[in-house]
Design a protein around this ligand. Structure first.
Ligand SMILES: Nc1nc2c(ncn2[C@@H]2O[C@H](COP(=O)(O)OP(=O)(O)OP(=O)(O)O)[C@@H](O)[C@H]2O)c(=O)[nH]1
Length: 386
């Protein structure tokens, strides 16, 4: 049984090792779990070596390996969650366990197993307390429960052994009876759950990050055109279904080419970032600001009316961009303004692009009227382009 467990853990170690090679960002956590799997495999192999092997290794050594393997697993979880593990605890406890187990020696079985289980329980409790809020925040309640199960199973097993050690119960934990079988089953299942769960979570985090990157504009961090199209689709359908208009505000920074030409592309980039920040600070959580490309942005305002909330927001956005204080490379002040075109969805719109087309027409009108202005679409503007 224990030699099979050892082999299984070596396979886990192989997976973590491969993970370290290909996934740099998570390498610190994966290295911890590689250490965990190797030490747990060592522990199982030492147990398999009983009764032929030297007792200091097969008994005391296997207990020490167990405590250290849990320390690696737990500290790895904290590193994975970007938490700061208190090192006095995570290095101090295993070292203290080593000292205590050496002091007890291999012969005093109940004291030795009880002491090992006590340190294991402390480590499990510590990781549970520190990791749970961050875990819940990133992966949600369902995943937190799945992650909690192997910890609780391990904790229960270790508390049982602490009790066993303290009370000196007449149980044989080394033979083939119910208790050792249950011990191995809990150890195997919890190690397996732990490994598969965290392999899954590493992949899930990667997937979430890729999704996030696919919908964000790399320069400004606001939503990109793709995310805007998705949101527009959703909000346009909602607007039609519930008869609540949707407002689009097209934004274009004025004479942006001059900023690039006079101050260089890097300053131009900084200006775009500042504009995005200024716009973002004005829009509501329920609105969406996106960068469509170049110096063009778009604000979508669900459940709003252009003559009221739309016009008010556009005016605030205009003022926020005009109030930006930017400096070029030589410290020269840069004046920035933007033009705004507003439109509102209409019940007879053939498609959602109609809303954007009208916002664009209004934007061109704002440019024609001298820029640094917000213009609301009206029927006279239809067909007029620059
Ligand atoms: N720095 C920087 N410049 C960009 C980026 N994307 C587009 N541009 C520049 O933005 C400028 C857009 O210029 P135009 O479309 O002519 O418009 P404009 O100069 O803002 O003039 P109006 O819109 O008529 O007020 C071009 O010079 C592009 O090279 C970017 O990501 N970074």
């Amino acid at each position: 049984m224990s030699i099979l467990t050892s082999l299984q853990l070596i396979l886990y170690a192989l997976v973590w090792g491969l993970g370290c090679a290909v996934h740099r960002e998570e390498r610190p956590a994966l290295l911890h779990w590689l250490g965990f799997a190797l030490l747990a495999a060592l522990q199982a192999a030492l147990v398999a070596w009983r009764p032929e092997g030297p007792v200091w290794l097969t008994h005391t050594g296997s207990n020490v390996a167990t405590v250290f393997s849990l320390a690696f697993a737990g500290r790895g979880v904290l590193v994975f969650l970007r938490l700061r593990p208190p090192d006095a605890l995570w290095f101090g406890l295993p070292l203290l366990a080593l000292g205590v187990l050496l002091f007890i020696g291999p012969a005093a079985t109940s004291a030795r197993v009880g002491a090992m289980a006590f340190f294991n329980a402390l480590l499990l409790g510590a990781v549970f307390m520190q990791a749970r809020p961050a875990f819940l925040a990133e992966f949600g309640r369902r995943m937190a429960w799945i992650a909690t199960l192997p910890v609780l199973a391990q904790l229960a097993l270790n508390l049982f052994f602490v009790g066993w050690g303290l009370l000196q119960l007449p149980l044989d934990i080394t033979g083939a009876q119910a208790v050792p079988t249950a011990t191995w089953a809990v150890a195997l299942v919890s190690a397996g759950t732990f490994n598969f769960l965290f392999i899954f979570l590493v992949a899930l985090r990667l997937l979430n990050r890729l999704r996030e990157q696919a919908s964000r504009d790399a320069l400004t961090g606001v939503a990109n055109r793709r995310a805007m199209q998705e949101r527009l689709h959703l909000e346009w359908e909602r607007a039609r279904r519930y008869g609540r208009p949707l407002v689009a505000i097209a934004v274009d920074v004025d004479h942006f080419k001059r900023i690039n030409d006079q101050h260089g592309h890097a300053v131009g980039d900084r200006a775009l970032q500042a504009v995005a920040q200024a716009l973002q600070a004005q829009v509501r959580e329920t609105d969406q600001l996106s960068r469509l490309g170049g110096e063009e942005f778009l604000v979508l305002m669900p459940q709003a009316q252009v003559a009221q909330e739309g016009q008010r927001l556009a005016e605030r956005l205009r003022a926020a961009v005009a109030a930006l204080e930017l400096r070029g490379a030589a410290g020269a002040p840069i004046t920035l303004t933007a033009s705004f075109g507003l439109s509102e969805s209409q019940p007879d719109d053939a498609d959602r692009e109609a809303l954007l087309r009208r916002a664009d027409q209004a934007l061109y009108a704002a440019k024609r009227r001298g820029r640094n202005a917000a213009v609301r679409w009206s029927a006279e503007l239809a067909g007029a382009t620059d």
